[in-house]
Ligand binder design. Structure first.
Ligand code: ADP
Ligand code: MG
Length: 435
């Protein structure tokens, strides 16, 4: 049965074996994989230019004959090498034009990020290989990790147009690998990444617990590291808090330089508001800036969002932003944010999934300890993340308010003592936010 590009290729090799020696097959076809196949055309990927030329000039006719034998029809065969794949990839990347604007010069440096900034800059200046490889940047969402990663990419690309710079989000890496495996292109996948001059992965934390992806990352990491290629990873938490990540990867990720980004202090927030409003051609009074900086404390993406809303409001009214207008704008922004709150149902669903139970088990009667534990965590999260009262939470679980309060207390009490629990809470929350 032939039902995948890989099967086709196996059958072709089978036929070629009648004519060629095993040594010849191993030598010339060992890196070969089918890139795509349609009614009348087969595209083969052979990463090495040398081998591709040989196969094309010496074996193309044999491959076409084999295909004719298999399908009783004419096939055209074409070949691509790594360079074409890379080119297609880079085109793909630059489509996201906005990321071009992330630079070191428009990154506001303060106490909370100066270490990460300096480390990223050293890497972009190509001075980081001895001590900052890999560079692992971690911190909560909205604090500038992606910005720094793109700043590295943009600077290196400018200085070395010839570098093959891979920048990929952890989630895309996982999806791409799954597709590559399904379509029999995992070899090409590996080659593409192993030939990077610079390897940048945003939000690497998502690979934790995905065995096959971890395996590939491990090999790619080792190959690049041994070849002294620069690697930079970002994550929402340090390697040791990636509970599902195997030890060997944790230690690889921690083997260079760990740089965290924390919440910006007041001065930094003021500087960011100033910079962002300047960029938009908006003038804000000190009073208004002070108000925003005191209201939004934990997330630079939100600071930026607030400034953009002020700009929109000021354009709309064709007037300066007064304190009372600023207050209204932010109040509206927070109200809208509340409407994005996860629903209690989603929290129950996500918590159940995390512990491998069903939502029914979580809201049901079972007193088995792992279920009770998960149920308490779900109640705790609902209390934290929604506006529901104790009795309302109780209804969802068919329990009374005192049980709910007891459960929430239990979890709250354990969190400071149990790193594992606090990471679990963080994980479930992150899963909820990524929905
Ligand atoms: P993260 O990847 O950590 O979630 P991002 O890098 O996406 O955060 O940053 C969120 C937004 O805030 C981006 O638009 C980014 O340009 C901006 N930003 C973050 N930190 C800074 C900074 N120090 N100076 C200027 N802009 C920043
Ligand atoms: Mg990011």
């Amino acid at each position: 049965m032939i039902n995948s590009p890989n099967d086709i290729w196996e059958h072709v090799l089978e036929i070629l074996r009648e004519k060629l020696t095993q040594v010849a097959i191993n030598t010339w076809f060992n890196e070969c994989s089918v890139l795509s196949v349609t009614d009348s055309r087969l595209v083969l990927c052979i990463p090495s230019d040398f081998k591709r030329n040989i196969v094309e000039s010496r074996f193309k006719v044999d491959i076409m004959n084999a295909l004719r034998e298999l399908f009783s029809g004419e096939f055209d065969v074409s070949f691509v090498g790594l360079s074409e794949i890379k080119e297609a990839d880079e085109k793909e990347m630059t489509r996201f034009g906005e990321t071009e604007v992330y630079s070191f010069s428009n990154f506001v440096v303060g106490n909370s990020n100066k270490f990460a900034y300096a480390a990223a800059k050293a890497v972009a200046d190509e001075q980081g290989k001895d001590y900052a490889n890999p560079l692992f940047i971690y911190g909560e969402s909205g604090l500038g990790k992606t910005h720094l990663l793109y700043a590295i990419r943009n600077q290196l690309k400018k200085a070395h147009p010839e570098y093959y710079i891979v920048l990929i989000r952890g989630g895309d890496f996982v999806t791409e690998l799954i597709t590559a495996i399904q379509t029999g292109r995992s070899l090409e996948f590996k080659e593409k990444y192993k030939s990077a001059d610079v390897f940048l992965v945003d939000d690497i934390q998502v690979i934790a617990g995905k065995d096959r992806t971890e395996e590939e990352v491990f090999h790619i990491f080792n190959t690049l590291y041994e070849a002294q290629k620069q690697i930079v990873l970002t994550s929402d938490r340090p390697p040791e808090e990636m509970l599902l990540l195997p030890e060997r990867l944790k230690s690889r990720f921690s083997s260079g330089l760990l740089a965290d980004i924390t919440v910006p202090d007041y001065e930094t927030r003021m500087a960011i508001i100033m910079k962002k409003s300047n960029q938009l051609g908006l003038t804000l009074s000190n009073e208004v800036m002070d108000f925003i900086a005191k209201k939004i404390t934990a997330n630079i993406r939100q600071l930026e969002g607030a400034v953009k809303l002020m700009k929109a409001q000021s354009d709309l009214m064709d007037a300066e932003i007064t304190l009372s207008i600023a207050q209204e704008v932010l109040a509206k922004m927070f109200r809208e944010k509340e409407s994005d709150l996860p629903t209690p149902e989603a929290i129950i669903e996500e918590t159940a999934k995390y512990f491998n139970f069903s939502a029914q088990e979580l809201t049901g009667k079972s007193r088995v300890s792992p279920i009770v534990n998960a149920r308490q965590i779900a109640m705790y999260l609902i209390k934290q993340l929604t506006n529901l009262s104790g009795p309302e939470i109780g209804k969802l679980f068919n329990r009374d308010n005192s049980t709910v309060l007891y459960s929430i207390d239990q979890v709250a009490e354990k969190i400071p003592r149990s790193k594992e629990l606090s990471i679990t809470i963080k994980d479930i929350t992150a899963n909820l936010n990524s929905n």
